[in-house]
Ligand binder design. Sequence first.
Ligand code: FES
Length: 352
Amino acid sequence: MEKITRQMKVNKDWESAPPPYPSGWYGILESMCLRAGEIRNINCLGQSLVVYRGERDCVYVLDAFCSHLGGNMGVGGKVIHNGISCPYHGWLYSGEDGRCFQIPYGQSGSRIPMNACVKAYPTLEMNGFIYIWHHSNNRPPAWQPEAIDEVQLKKWTYRGRSEHYVNVHIQEFHEQGTDLYHLTQVYGPSMFAKSDLRFLSKWWLKFMFHDWHGAWSRDQERPHVGILKQTHKLLLFGGNYFPFMDFEAEAEQIGPGIVNMRFSSPSGSGVLVQSIVPIKNTIQRLVQHIYFDKSTPTFIAKLFLYHQSIRTERDIMIWNNKKYLNHPILIGTQADAGIKDLRRWYSQFYDD
Ligand code: FES
């Protein structure tokens, strides 16, 4: 993390980039990382947050720093019913609205100051993640992500996760999906060449190639959703001999930080649930969960996740070392057209 941050300072000029925290829902924590009564201190969106699970499994997210003297409630705080108490002097806050409603040493009958409160975030829990609504002008949610039925109803089973830290503007994470020629250039070489871009063209790996095609469009009914369709075939010596590795995918880009990619292949169907959250400025945390239908053998699911991670890490090598161009030179082919469309669509999430 420290190394990535240093790299950003040395190599990159972010002045021309859009604001780092576009407005929308963000999956800030995985549900499995927060049991009943537990508290987590999460740094994201340039803030320090406290996330806790109260009674009846409800999750609450507040600004972590207590309004009394700045104690961090995410470190040593205590869950009391649906509230949280500060570890420093015990002020007790409501998870619903962030107001302090009890001061242990207050005079009986004295009023609690009106400004004794912290920001409470609109929160949702679904698809294995805890999501919060962030708006740069503090407006209420304009839309909501939707539950994935197969995940919520446990028709598909969780098969694994990956986590990466990346130094790139969050918008560029989405741009890569519309960048059609990079599908061939970066994702094409064999997954066994792994992720270091310098070694993708080894001669002994040329017998294998991943043939990708894609198209991006806006969802006509949900303005906050972009749709990316992709197909993949695994070619060996130019022929398609392992069709169990072929798949068709449809990824929904839901606002600035959520991507749910459904896929189907001869070996099974599933979904990749991705959460991209800016931690501070252009440092992003990318977490991916993969679910498959119950009949798919585990090794197939692991192979898909491995392949996905290799693709991600190849992109990361590009992202960590590139700069953001406000006015890129895009030529008039279909391959570059999607980037322009994506930027127009994504601009709706900037309110400044
Ligand atoms: S700093 Fe939190 S109660 Fe005093």
